[in-house]
Design a protein around this ligand. Structure first.
Ligand SMILES: Cc1cc2nc3c(=O)[nH]c(=O)nc-3n(C[C@H](O)[C@H](O)[C@H](O)COP(=O)(O)OP(=O)(O)OC[C@H]3O[C@@H](n4cnc5c(N)ncnc54)[C@H](O)[C@@H]3O)c2cc1C
Length: 459
């Protein structure tokens, strides 16, 4: 307990007095910093933020919230697109001080406390030339991304993040610590691999580690035309599965390594990640380099950790977005992307193309709560907004753009859902997945204590 950050808690929070971690309320000087989350425009005022230090702290807060009827938010990396990791008037379990990492390099496994970030774990694994595949941002929390599925730089080679998950420990709504794996509470293990934060507070995760002695990756910037966009999509889908790409079609940012004449022009700002030896990487990446003369080419052999450069901790974008799966981007869809991005004047606007397949598609659809295994490509469209009235304009654009690209609107990746509403949460869990999730929810959280998430109500 820190005497500098604790004052007399409000009556409903007195039950937290024996928590070991810091309790931060509006009375404390660090309150505004502690309640800030990644996205700007999310300005909630929790009654208390509890920087838990161990499982006992987590159990204490869960029990208190349940007994006192307090709204409970769970925060790891704070990147929730919908602001679910904070609350107005409730309690936040803030896991950021729980980030211990225990690596067994011989067994190629690691136990990771749930407040660690993707960058922290990747950095700890780097000396062992071992990896877990996370997404395109090092500051995303290991738990948040894992609970959603985890689609990132190594998705085609090693599958989703959940495909490397061996076990997890959770404090469930009854305050008990529970282990989930293929052999212990397998229903819960199935549900947390894509079902989000619906089932309890994850305190530790155990991952299988993949060897990655050779890696080639970095940023490749190509001019965007309908032809290069369609070509990029087609190449990404047929590339060897060692190669995963994330193609951001967007106006070029004013980066120092990009000639000024290209700033603001539409480009494919691509992340290229090849998990294999240098010669094979050259062969696999060559067709992308031939799509058009690259405007910048930073793709080179080097440590995988290089994919996570330092981030500005005070960066707080305000954005609206829409997620969908598509079969691919043909020339007509590429034309749509080009036109929508050209006609918008949002300061930043993007269509992000992520080819899936490879190892991620070999897992049976009913093996995990992430069930969109056969979808070839994930697309996100997004725009930055400045202020509330601009938000409406950008939301309308994003909605219209998404509909033009995917008129069926029947699928979604839960990790990229914002405040999209129940129909879109349902779209994240196709077929029988939804009913199965509701049954698991009813077993482990019958009163829906964990509801600040893409919520699955108990059956
Ligand atoms: C800039 C950016 C880049 C991204 N890139 C990718 C990407 O490449 N691939 C991808 O798959 N996703 C990506 N995402 C989406 C990201 O995976 C989700 O937003 C994820 O939920 C964030 O996790 P977090 O721990 O950082 O967030 P938080 O806001 O801390 O948590 C989000 C939610 O997850 C749940 N949760 C978090 N931790 C726990 C826990 N320990 N126990 C129980 N529930 C918990 C809670 O419901 C919480 O509301 C990105 C998001 C952003 C903002």
């Amino acid at each position: 307990m820190s005497s500098t950050t604790r004052t007399t808690p409000p009556p409903t929070l007195t039950a937290l007095s024996d928590v070991k971690g810091r309790i931060i309320t509006s009375e404390n000087p660090g309150y505004d910093q502690a309640r800030a989350v990644f996205y700007g425009g999310i300005d909630k005022r929790p009654a208390a933020i509890v920087r838990v230090t161990d499982v006992a702290d987590v159990r204490r807060v869960v029990e208190t919230a349940r007994r006192e009827g307090l709204e409970l938010a769970v925060r790891s990396g704070g990147h929730s697109v919908s602001g679910h990791s904070t609350t107005d008037g409730g309690v936040v379990i803030d896991l950021r001080d729980m980030c211990k990492i225990e690596i067994d390099a011989d067994a190629r496994t690691a136990w990771v406390e749930s407040g660690a970030t993707a960058h922290q774990l990747t950095e700890a694994l780097a000396p062992h030339e071992l990896v877990v595949g996370f997404g395109d941002s090092g500051s995303v929390g290991v738990s948040g991304i894992t609970l959603g599925g985890g689609i990132g730089f190594l998705v085609r080679k090693f599958g989703l993040t959940i495909d490397s998950l061996l076990a997890a420990e959770l404090v469930t709504a009854d305050g008990q610590l529970c282990r989930a794996s293929e052999t212990e509470n397998p229903d819960l293990f199935w549900a947390i691999r894509g079902g989000g934060g619906n089932f309890g507070v994850v305190t530790r995760l155990q991952f299988r580690l993949q060897p990655l002695p050779h890696f080639t990756g970095g940023i490749l910037i190509l001019p965007a035309t309908p032809e290069t966009i369609a070509g990029f999509s087609a190449l990404s889908l047929v590339a060897p599965e060692e190669l995963s790409t994330i193609g951001n079609v967007m106006p070029a940012p004013p980066l120092p390594f990009l000639a000024a004449e290209h700033h603001g022009k539409l480009v494919i700002f691509a992340f290229i990640a090849f998990a294999g030896d240098d010669a094979a990487a050259e062969r696999a990446i060559a067709p992308f380099r031939s799509l058009a003369a690259p405007l910048a080419d930073m793709v080179k052999p080097g440590p995988y950790l290089g994919m996570y450069p330092p981030e500005d901790p005070n960066y707080r974008p305000t954005a609206v977005a829409r997620t969908m799966f598509v079969d691919g981007i043909d020339l007509s869809s590429a034309q749509t992307i080009y036109e929508y991005l050209t006609k918008s004047d949002a300061t930043m606007r993007v269509a992000q193309l992520r080819a899936l397949g490879g190892a991620s598609a070999r897992v049976p659809a009913d093996a995990t709560a992430y069930a969109h295994r056969s979808k070839p490509m994930l697309v996100n469209v997004a725009a930055f907004y400045q202020g509330e009235s601009d938000r409406d304009v950008r939301t309308a654009w994003v909605t219209e753009f998404a509909k033009a690209l995917q008129p069926n609107d029947d699928s979604a990746y839960v990790g990229f859902l914002g405040a999209d509403g129940p129909a879109r949460i349902r779209a994240a869990y196709p077929g029988a997945t939804w009913d199965r999730l509701k049954r698991v929810k009813a077993k482990y959280d019958p009163t829906n204590l964990f509801r600040l998430n893409q919520n699955v109500a108990p059956a």
